[in-house]
Structure formats: structure tokens, C-alpha cells
Ligand binder design. Structure first.
Ligand SMILES: *[C@@H]1O[C@H](CO)[C@@H](O)[C@H](O)[C@H]1NC(C)=O
Ligand SMILES: *[C@@H]1O[C@H](CO)[C@@H](O)[C@H](O)[C@H]1NC(C)=O
Ligand SMILES: *[C@@H]1O[C@H](CO)[C@@H](O)[C@H](O)[C@H]1NC(C)=O
Ligand SMILES: *[C@@H]1O[C@H](CO)[C@@H](O)[C@H](O)[C@H]1NC(C)=O
Ligand SMILES: *[C@@H]1O[C@H](CO)[C@@H](O)[C@H](O)[C@H]1NC(C)=O
Length: 305
């Protein structure tokens, strides 16, 4: 009798520990689910997944990966925007990007925030409202920035670098949409206006999945890129980050509590328009793909509204 009871418990345990790619999606019944994405053979891009194992419970607390498989009709952002209380972003975290923009290497991480209304799905359009469009002698200067994004799992206050990863759920890729017109040209010189230039609605696509720290034990080894209309514009490695994931989490926890579901965009490598002699600023209809190795891609079209 006893061993019959043990079998289901053992199965649940086995399935839970294998959670790798947390996704949130709409299935064929029109309902929303959390799931562990099933990768097609040949790719680790969760955006290409057509099915997921349904997750019951809270991905930040107690959950189970069930044996039920659902078809993915559309991938949502990995967490609902309103659950993400703080979107932290790091500026100037790759030497190549600092060089291309003629700035100096910071001694401490440069932090700014985006409102959570800026979060977007891995595939919806990036809306550009009238005040951000080119008009008269004001040139919009829209730019792309691919970034590794950290998703917090547990509260963190005053923690060390060594404790940092215990507080992290996983990693995803994010697009820090940037508008140099408002960020720099209409910034209060000598200070740029990061928030006006980067915080508009939908200007932070993220996803397609949160890949667990078990699947990515070392986040500083991943290829990271951007393609604009299919052409590679950024192509680097997270190995080139000045301040790595562990240090960013510990540094930001100094005096400020990081909460579960908070996300941290960790800065972009070189290749952005801002660093180019002849930039081709993003405009209506341009398709931007940001990608991170072993995580996947977000592909969003710029849409004037
Ligand atoms: C895997 O990708 C390669 C190159 O893109 C392709 O030739 C091959 O057919 C793919 N295999 C499968 C099983 O999809
Ligand atoms: C630094 O930027 C300049 C252009 O501003 C470029 O010519 C040079 O190759 C860059 N150096 C590095 C190490 O990226
Ligand atoms: C950086 O400096 C170079 C050389 O002076 C200049 O051509 C370029 O426009 C500058 N780039 C930025 C983003 O200021
Ligand atoms: C922060 O952590 C350090 C090292 O563990 C400890 O000495 C210090 O008292 C802590 N500070 C606060 C405000 O908790
Ligand atoms: C991008 O970088 C990776 C890793 O360094 C390299 O293998 C690949 O060839 C690069 N792709 C392009 C299009 O430059």
C-alpha cells in the first residue's frame, strides 16, 4: 500500500525540479496559463515554442509543473506588468558602448528606472506617440538596446555578491527602447534624461521566457544581439559586462529592498545608432529583434500612433 502513495509524490518532485523556461501564454481556449516552455528540437529560443507544460501555483513560490500540455497561441510577458513593482536599468555597463558614445567608465553602477507601464510583451508593437515623433527641427532619434534582464525571486536587502544568485529566479532578454531626442537633445545638459527618453508605454519588451538559474548557472557567458529588419547591429557577450549580475544585485540591495518580481535591465553593448557616424534611427515599421543565448528573442515592430 505504502509504495503506491510514494510514487505520485516522487513524480511531482521530479517534475518540479526541472522547471527551466517559465512562460505566460494564451492557449487555444483563450485562457491565460503559466508554463514550462517545451523547446522545439534545434533551438533554445522559447519564442519558437508551440507548447508548454502547464504550471499550477505561483512561479515565485510553490508550484508544480503538471503533465498537462497546452498549445501556445501567443506568448505574454513572463509576468503581468503590474506584478513587477520596480524596473531598474543600468546605463553604461559595457566598455564598447561607453567608447562608442565617448563616455568614461563609471566607478559604480549607473542606475535609472522605467515605470512598469513601459513593460511590453515579446511580440507586440512598440508604440511611438506624437510627441516622440520627428517634428520640425526635433529629430526623434529612436534607438535599440538589447539587454540581459535579471528577475528577482526573493526579497534582498544588504546582501553580498555571494548571496545574490540565491535571490534570483532567472534571466530573460529585454529591449531598452531609447529615444535620443528626449534623452539627450532635450535632456537637461550636462545630464541626460534617461526616464523621458526611455520610459514611454511599451518601451521595454521582455521575454520570451524566464530561464532559471539552474539552466543558466553562469549568466556572464551568453551571446547577446540585436537585429534590425533582419540585419545584425549588436553582437556581444555578457562576459563583457563591467558589473556582473551578482554585483548589480548586491549593489542595488544596499539600503534599498529588492522585491520578488522586480526586474533589472543590465545595460547594452556597442552597436547602437547613437555610436554610429551615419545612424539609421528607428522609424515606423522597423522590426527589432533582441536576443540572448539560451533564452530567446523578442521581436517587436515600431509603430507610430
Ligand atoms: C536544424 O537546423 C538546421 C539549420 O538551420 C536545419 O538544416 C535542420 O534541418 C534543422 N533540423 C531540425 C530537426 O529542425
Ligand atoms: C572606440 O571608438 C572609436 C570611435 O569612437 C573606434 O574607432 C574604436 O575602434 C573604439 N575602440 C574600441 C576598443 O572599441
Ligand atoms: C564621439 O566622438 C567622435 C570623435 O570626436 C565623434 O565623431 C562622435 O560623434 C562622438 N559620438 C558621440 C555619441 O558623441
Ligand atoms: C549589511 O551587511 C553587513 C555585512 O553582512 C553588516 O555588517 C551590516 O550591519 C549590514 N547593514 C545593515 C543596514 O543591515
Ligand atoms: C556574433 O558573435 C558570435 C559570438 O562571438 C559569433 O560566433 C557570430 O559569428 C557573430 N555573428 C555575426 C553576424 O557577427
Amino acid at each position: 500500500m505504502r509504495h503506491f502513495l510514494l510514487i505520485p509524490t516522487f513524480l511531482v518532485f521530479c517534475l518540479s525540479v526541472r522547471a527551466q523556461r517559465f512562460v505566460r501564454f494564451i492557449s487555444t481556449d483563450g485562457k491565460e496559463y503559466y508554463g514550462d516552455a517545451i523547446l522545439p528540437t534545434n533551438t533554445t529560443d522559447a519564442a519558437k515554442s508551440t507548447h508548454a507544460k502547464v504550471i499550477k501555483g505561483d512561479i515565485l513560490g510553490d508550484f508544480q509543473i503538471t503533465k498537462q500540455t497546452k498549445e501556445i497561441i501567443s506568448l505574454l510577458a513572463p509576468l503581468p506588468s503590474e506584478r513587477v513593482r520596480t524596473v531598474r536599468c543600468v546605463g553604461l555597463n559595457y566598455v564598447s558602448h561607453i567608447n562608442e558614445t565617448n563616455q568614461t567608465i563609471p566607478q559604480w553602477p549607473i542606475l535609472f528606472y522605467k515605470p512598469w507601464t513601459s513593460l511590453n510583451t515579446p511580440s507586440d508593437p512598440i508604440p511611438v506617440s506624437e510627441g516622440y515623433q520627428t517634428q520640425g527641427d526635433f529629430i526623434s532619434k529612436m534607438d535599440y538596446e538589447t539587454e540581459l534582464v535579471i528577475v528577482m525571486k526573493k526579497k534582498a536587502f544588504n546582501i553580498s555578491d555571494d548571496e545574490a544568485l540565491d535571490h534570483v529566479l532567472g534571466y530573460t532578454v529585454g529591449h531598452d527602447v531609447s529615444h535620443r531626442g528626449w534623452q539627450i537633445d532635450r535632456g537637461g545638459l550636462p545630464q541626460p534624461q534617461f526616464s523621458m527618453g526611455k520610459g514611454a508605454d511599451g518601451w521595454a519588451p521582455w521575454g520570451p521566457a524566464i530561464v532559471s538559474t539552474k539552466e543558466i548557472p553562469d549568466p556572464q557567458t551568453l551571446n547577446i544581439w540585436t537585429k534590425v529588419n533582419g540585419v545584425m547591429e549588436q553582437n556581444s557577450s555578457t562576459a563583457n559586462m563591467i558589473f556582473g549580475v551578482k554585483h548589480l544585485v548586491s549593489f542595488f540591495s544596499m539600503g534599498t529592498t529588492l522585491l520578488p518580481e522586480d526586474v533589472i535591465f543590465t545595460g547594452t553593448p556597442s552597436g547602437v545608432n547613437l555610436g554610429k557616424t551615419n545612424p539609421t534611427w528607428l522609424t515606423n515599421g522597423d522590426v527589432v529583434e533582441v536576443g540572448l543565448e539560451n533564452v530567446g528573442t523578442c521581436t517587436n515592430v515600431i509603430k507610430y500612433v
